[in-house]
Design a protein around this ligand. Structure first.
Ligand code: CTP
Ligand code: CA
Length: 227
C-alpha cells in the first residue's frame, strides 16, 4: 500500500476519540492541569477519518487546530468530558479515551480570585475524586459490540500495571506508554505496547504518533462486527 493512502476499513463507522488534558478550576484564574498535548488523540482522529470513519473528537485544552473532516467538541473539565463522551458514545462503534483525565478536582470553586493575606499561611487545597469515564463506558457498552480503547502512561512495572488496568477498566485494548524523557508528553513521537483483553500484546516501536494510531485501528478493525 502506498504511503499516505489508506484503505477505507472504517467506512460506515462512528469513532469517538477524546484528546488533551482536563483542567480543574480553583478560581476564575487558576486550575489544576496536566502535561497532555493532545497530539496522540489528534493523530487517532486524523487517521480514523483517513480510513473512512465519521469521527467525533472531544478535545480538552489542546489549542490544536481542528482536523479536516472531523466533528470537534470542546470541553474543559473531567465532568464536562464525561458528559460529552457519554453523549457521543451512544451511537459509537469505537470509543478511544486518549485524553488525560484529572483523577481529582478541587472540592470547591472560589467565585472570586483567591487572595493571599499578610501573615497567613495558605489554606490547603481539598480534592475530591472525578468520575472514571473509561471504567464507566467499559462496564456497560452503549451498543453491543462497541470497541473500547484506553490509554495508560506508567513509570514502573509497565506491563503488569497495564494488564491490571485493562481488566479494571473493562476495555478491549489498552495502549500502554512508558513515561520517560523525550517520550510521550508534547513529543511528535511515541512508543507503546498495545494490550488486548484476549491476552494479545502488540509492541509499537518508537515512531510518529500517526503510526501508533494506525496500529490501534489495525487492531480495532477485526474486533468490529459487520457494518
Ligand atoms: N480515565 C478516565 N477517567 C478518569 C481517569 C482516567 O476515563 N477519571 C481514562 C484515561 O483517559 C485513560 C485510562 O483511563 O484512557 C487510564 O488512565 P490512567 O490515569 O492511566 O488510569 P487511572 O485509573 O486513573 O490510574 P492511575 O492511578 O495510575 O492514574
Ligand atoms: Ca489517572
Amino acid at each position: 500500500l502506498a504511503r499516505g493512502v489508506s484503505t477505507p476499513d472504517l467506512a460506515g463507522r462512528h469513532v469517538v476519540v477524546s484528546a488533551g488534558g482536563t483542567r480543574e478550576p480553583l478560581d476564575p484564574v487558576r486550575f489544576l492541569g496536566n502535561r497532555s498535548s493532545g497530539k496522540q488523540g489528534y493523530a487517532l482522529a486524523r487517521t480514523a477519518a483517513a480510513r473512512g470513519a465519521r469521527v467525533t473528537l472531544i478535545e480538552a485544552n489542546t489549542g490544536l487546530p481542528d482536523p479536516a473532516g472531523v466533528d470537534v467538541v470542546r470541553v474543559g473539565t473531567a465532568v464536562q468530558l464525561r458528559e460529552a463522551v457519554l453523549k457521543s458514545a451512544a451511537d459509537a462503534d469505537v470509543v478511544v479515551m486518549a485524553a488525560a483525565v484529572a483523577d481529582f478536582r478541587p472540592a470547591s470553586y472560589a467565585e472570586g480570585k483567591i487572595k493571599k493575606k499578610d501573615g497567613e499561611e495558605p489554606a490547603p487545597i481539598v480534592l475530591v475524586r472525578n468520575p472514571d469515564i473509561l471504567a464507566e463506558i467499559g462496564a456497560e457498552r452503549a451498543r453491543p459490540g462497541q470497541v473500547i480503547v484506553g490509554f495508560a502512561a506508567e513509570t514502573d512495572d509497565v506491563l503488569a500495571n497495564g494488564r491490571a488496568k485493562l481488566r479494571r477498566k473493562g476495555c478491549d485494548l489498552l495502549v500502554v506508554n512508558e513515561v520517560g524523557e523525550r517520550k510521550t508528553f508534547g513529543s511528535e513521537e511515541n512508543e507503546a505496547v498495545i494490550l488486548a483483553a484476549d491476552g494479545g500484546e502488540t509492541p509499537v516501536p518508537y515512531g510518529p504518533k500517526e503510526a501508533l494510531a494506525d496500529t490501534v485501528w489495525d487492531l480495532v478493525v477485526p474486533a468490529l462486527g459487520s457494518a
